[in-house]
Design a binder for this molecule. Structure first.
Ligand SMILES: NC(=O)c1ccc[n+]([C@@H]2O[C@H](COP(=O)([O-])OP(=O)(O)OC[C@H]3O[C@@H](n4cnc5c(N)ncnc54)[C@H](OP(=O)(O)O)[C@@H]3O)[C@@H](O)[C@H]2O)c1
Length: 297
């Protein structure tokens, strides 16, 4: 699915920036330290020369179709509204038809015709492929992806009180759906420098936010690690691949608490990032509402 390609000068710089310069194998092994290796390392085939790289062209927002994964959720709703307000067409997949109806009622009425909704489950490879077909049939193309999959909060208790089913549920929501949807949708945008793929992740992966939130940390850490892997495995991808790491709570305007981000303002920041297409392979950390304002300047 992913063709081998040559590395451009920019990709070599990116590789250095993301810390992949030590080689994909990572750690060095001292000579003689491991006389009988149990794993055989195979050299990768030389990448085929790249013949057709699309050029960077100006595309009006109205010509772009953004797939908002998790677009029916709290974070996603803010993103979808802001994108529509900027003139993008936006496609949203949800397992819940009533959630999609609520989303239609939530966005600015004048932009509603530019919202494409698909009922689907991107938690499995088959489900993601089916949803992809439905989106492409309805929208014709996908030029950008914003992924804010997961859930708002989990506080099921310390690990000894939990079971495997609970851990699997957390991993499915935060990590597995992120991987499965990326595998289905990244090929649509990967080779075009005019396209973007943006992940929205949380700070729960860095630390246990409070007692009883441990599995949230496990799932969020998986999502953070997955984004890092993508940056380092695909430094040459022409698509603008970025991550917005939100290290605080997000809420709708009527439920704001000190330090929280308004989901509409967060949506504005994400829409601005998608619109400007200037950065790639970067992690933007948002710790406070003030950071959001700086980000928008
Ligand atoms: N909320 C916060 O305070 C906060 C803070 C920092 C970072 N974040 C980041 O933002 C992410 C989303 O948070 P949120 O508050 O927006 O959660 P949310 O309201 O629960 O929304 C999550 C969305 O993910 C979708 N989803 C999950 N699995 C899916 C699947 N298999 N197929 C289709 N859709 C699926 C859900 O779609 P359905 O409509 O199908 O249920 C839902 O719309 C978090 O995971 C985290 O990374 C959130």
């Amino acid at each position: 699915m992913f063709a081998k390609r040559t590395f451009s000068a920019e990709s070599v710089r990116r590789r250095a920036r993301v810390g992949g310069g030590a080689g994909r194998g990572g750690a060095r092994v001292a000579e003689g330290a491991c006389p009988r290796p149990r794993l055989k390392l195979r050299a990768r085939a030389a990448p085929a020369p790249l013949t057709h790289l699309p050029e960077l062209v100006h595309m009006a927002n109205s010509e772009r179709v953004v797939l908002a994964l998790g677009g029916g959720g709290l974070v996603g709703r803010g993103v979808v509204k802001a994108l529509l307000d900027r003139g993008f067409r936006v496609a949203v997949i949800s397992r819940d038809a009533s959630r999609l109806e609520q989303l239609k009622a939530f966005v600015s009425p004048s932009t509603r015709d530019n919202l494409i909704t698909v009922v689907g489950d991107i938690g499995s490879e088959e489900g993601a492929e089916e949803a992809k077909k439905a989106v492409l049939k309805a929208a014709g193309k996908v030029t950008d992806v914003v992924s804010s999959l997961g859930f708002s909060w989990w506080q099921g208790g310390p690990p000894h009180t939990q079971n495997l089913k609970e851990l699997l549920w957390v991993l499915e929501a935060l990590l597995l759906s992120t991987f499965v949807s990326w595998k289905a949708f990244f090929p649509l945008v990967r080779d075009d420098p005019n396209c973007t793929y943006t992940f929205i992740t949380g700070g729960a992966g860095d630390k246990v936010l409070m007692p009883g939130t441990g599995f949230l940390t496990v799932g969020a850490a998986g999502a953070l690690a997955f984004c890092q892997v993508l940056r380092e495995e695909y430094p040459e991808a022409p698509c603008k691949l970025n991550q917005l790491k939100v290290n605080t709570g997000v809420a709708p305007p009527e439920r704001m608490a000190p330090g929280y981000l308004n989901h509409l303002e967060l949506g504005e920041a994400v829409a601005a990032l998608v619109e400007r297409k200037t950065d790639s392979h970067k992690v933007f950390c948002i710790d406070t509402p003030a950071d959001l304002k700086t980000f928008l300047q």
